[in-house]
Design a protein around this ligand. Structure first.
Ligand code: F6P
Length: 334
C-alpha cells in the first residue's frame, strides 16, 4: 500500500486531531503517504487536500477541533457526487479512505464504497457516543468533562439561591452525555430521549420529585439535565412551564457548542490514537466497509452498515441508579 487519505466530517469532536496524528505517524512508519482532504466530503468533491507528514501533525494532540476542518455535506448523498469522489480519489492514486465522523459520515462511507473500488474505513468521532459497535466514540469523554465543569458552577449559584436550574446538553438523538453528566454532577433529574415518554407525564414526574426533595431536604437547589431537542421550546420553555406549575424560581442554561470544543481529555487522546493506528493496519490488511472501534478495551473491526442499524443502548445499570436508586421520591423512610 502506498497512499491513503483521511478526512474529518460532521460535528467536530475533541480528539479528531489526535486521531489524524496517529494515522499519519502509523502510515509514515509503514512508508505510506497520507493525503488529508479538507472540509469533510466537500474537499473530496473539490479536490481540496494537503499532503500530511509528521511535521504537519506535531503539537496537535492537545488541540480541539480538526486541522482538516469539518463540514456536513448534504449533496454527498447523490450518486453523481459519489462518482465524482471516486474519480478524484483515483486521480490521486489513493487506495483507502479513512473517515473520522459520526453516523451521518458513516452513511457517506458506505455510499462511496458502492461507487469506488478502493477501501473505505470509518473511525467513530462524535461527542454523542451514539455509534453501535464501539463502547465509546472519540470526543465523548471530553464533552462530559466540559458539561460537568459548567454544571458544577451552575450548582454553586443554584445552591446559593435555592433555585431550580434546567441545563440543556447536546445529543439530539442520544442521552449518553445527558445521563453521564447527570450522574457525575449529582443532578437531581435527567430527561433524555431514551428515557422520555409522554412529556406531560415527565412534567408530573419532575413536580413529584421536586416536592419530595423539598419535603426531605427543605428548600435546596434542584438541577435537571435536559437533552437538546427533547422539550418543545427547549429549557427556556420548560423553565417557564415549571415555574407556572410550582411557583418556584426556575432558570434555563444552554451549554450548546461549548461541549464540542476544548482540549481532549486523556481517554479521548488514547482512544483516538488507538483507533487511528488500527485503521491504518486494517487498511494494510485489505479491509473495507468497516468501522474501527473499541469493545472491552480491545480494538475491533465492525461492519460499518451495522453501526446505525441498531440503537446503542444506555448502560442499564447507570439508568437504574439515576432513575431508581437516586430518585428522592422513591426513597423509603428508615
Ligand atoms: O456532532 C454532534 C452534535 O454536536 C450534536 O450533539 C448536535 O445535535 C449537533 O451536532 C449540532 O450540529 P450543528 O453544529 O451542525 O448545529
Amino acid at each position: 500500500m502506498q497512499k491513503i487519505a483521511v478526512l474529518t466530517s460532521g460535528g467536530d469532536a475533541p480528539g479528531m486531531n489526535a486521531c489524524i496524528r496517529a494515522i499519519v505517524l502509523t502510515a509514515e512508519h509503514f512508508g505510506i503517504q497520507v493525503i488529508g482532504y479538507k472540509h469533510g466530503y466537500n474537499g473530496l468533491l473539490e479536490q481540496e487536500y494537503q499532503v500530511l507528514k509528521a511535521s504537519n501533525v506535531s503539537n496537535i494532540i492537545q488541540r480541539g477541533g480538526t486541522i482538516l476542518r469539518s463540514a456536513r455535506c448534504l449533496n454527498f448523498k447523490s450518486d453523481v457526487s459519489a462518482k465524482l469522489a471516486a474519480k478524484n480519489l483515483n486521480a490521486l492514486g489513493i487506495e483507502a479512505l479513512l473517515v473520522i465522523g459520526g453516523d451521518g459520515s458513516f452513511h457517506g462511507v458506505c455510499h462511496l464504497g458502492a461507487h469506488w473500488q478502493g477501501q473505505v474505513i470509518g473511525l467513530p468521532g462524535t461527542i454523542d457516543n451514539d455509534i453501535f459497535g464501539t463502547d465509546a466514540t472519540i470526543g465523548y469523554f471530553t464533552a462530559i468533562e466540559t458539561a460537568l465543569e459548567s454544571i458544577d458552577k451552575v450548582r454553586d449559584t443554584a445552591d446559593a439561591f435555592e433555585r431550580i436550574f434546567l441545563v440543556e446538553v447536546m445529543g439530539r438523538h442520544a442521552g449518553f452525555i445527558g445521563l453521564s453528566a447527570a450522574l457525575a454532577s449529582a443532578s437531581d433529574h435527567v430527561l433524555v430521549p431514551e428515557l422520555c415518554g409522554d412529556l406531560n407525564v415527565e412534567l408530573d414526574n419532575i413536580v413529584l420529585r421536586l416536592n419530595a426533595s423539598m419535603q426531605k431536604r427543605g428548600n435546596s437547589s434542584f438541577i435537571i439535565i435536559v437533552a437538546e431537542n427533547l422539550w418543545p421550546g427547549g429549557v427556556t420553555n420548560l423553565a417557564q412551564v415549571l415555574h407556572e406549575k410550582t411557583n418556584l424560581e426556575c432558570r434555563p442554561v444552554i451549554l450548546g457548542h461549548v461541549q464540542r470544543g476544548g482540549s481532549p481529555v486523556s481517554q479521548d487522546r488514547i482512544l483516538a490514537t488507538k483507533l487511528g493506528a488500527y485503521a491504518v493496519e486494517q487498511a494494510m490488511a485489505g479491509e473495507s466497509q468497516i468501522m474501527v472501534g473499541e469493545q472491552n478495551n480491545k480494538v475491533v473491526a465492525y461492519p460499518i452498515e451495522l453501526t446505525w442499524q441498531q440503537r446503542k443502548p444506555l448502560d442499564p445499570y447507570l439508568v437504574k441508579i439515576q432513575q431508581d436508586f437516586f430518585d428522592i421520591s422513591k426513597i423509603t423512610q428508615a
